[in-house]
Write a protein that binds this ligand. Structure first.
Ligand code: GLN
Length: 252
């Protein structure tokens, strides 16, 4: 069982630029769910101009943003540059470091993004997918079956994106849309699972109302540093009540 002797570091990428609809609440939820178990969780901001040794990061989070913000951070990201944040993040993903990526942050991990003004940006290319903006925005509450997370939980969230994400052949969707748009409003997929990356369009913030997703990420991070570590369950009555209220409201 995970205990007081354990410590993880959460790297929050671009908290200054990518933080729509309370996405920062995801790092707060991760840190709190560790604290409630006596696990020492530290959150390190990795905004533009801020950097650390990515080998010290046990879990990355990247939130959503406007198209302009996503273009703004490209210089700091350094796509295709040896030793850049982009290159080191892709290397971390290949080392199975867990990542939670929301909306714009999800898009940035893909191959490229053509935004609503037609600007094409090459992105990190860590995930087998690409995104192209449509003429309308896909906005609303979302419910999906997260088939690619252990236990296949039903996840509730909120989405607002012009981007339509298309998965490459063989890529594993994070889940199947029950209500809402998902990756592109067309093929019924939502998000993407690649190694220990959980990528989704779901804002909210996502994790407070979906505690099983939070614990999946925490356990993946712990187990890389402490093999075999298992999380003790928490009393999630409040979190589950919030989740179930939204699910009932959206599905009924
Ligand atoms: N700017 C991107 C889009 O419009 C992402 C939006 C977001 O992060 N909510 O698709």
């Amino acid at each position: 069982m995970a205990d007081e002797s354990m410590q993880i570091t959460i790297g929050h990428l671009y908290p200054d630029l990518l933080n729509l609809y309370g996405d920062r609440g995801n790092t707060i939820a991760l840190a709190k769910r560790c604290e409630w178990r006596g696990i020492d969780a530290r959150v390190v901001d990795l905004g533009a101009g801020q950097d650390v040794d990515f080998e010290d990061i046990d879990l990355f989070f990247i939130g959503g943003g406007q198209d302009f913000d996503q273009r703004t951070l490209l210089a700091d990201l350094g796509v295709g540059v040896t030793g850049s944040k982009a290159t080191r993040l892709q290397q971390a993903i290949e080392r199975d470091v867990p990542v939670l990526a929301i909306c714009g942050g999800y898009q940035i991990l893909g191959e490229y993004y053509v935004d609503h003004e037609g600007h094409e940006s090459a992105y990190i290319g860590a995930l087998p997918m690409y995104t192209e903006a449509g003429d309308t925005r896909l906005i609303g509450n979302i419910v999906f079956e997260a088939d690619a997370i252990e236990g296949a939980p039903t996840v509730v969230g909120f989405e607002n994106h012009a981007g339509r994400t298309h998965l490459r052949e063989g890529a594993q969707a994070l889940g199947t849309v029950v209500k809402g748009y998902g990756n592109n409003g067309d093929d019924g997929t939502e998000g993407l699972r690649y190694r220990n990356v959980i990528a989704t369009y779901s804002h909210g913030p996502l994790l407070p109302k979906n505690p099983c997703v939070a614990d999946t990420l925490i356990e993946l991070a712990l187990q890389r540093r402490y093999p075999g570590a298992k999380l003790q369950p928490l009393d999630d009555a409040l979190e589950e009540a919030a989740h179930d209220t939204m699910e009932r409201r959206l599905i009924s």
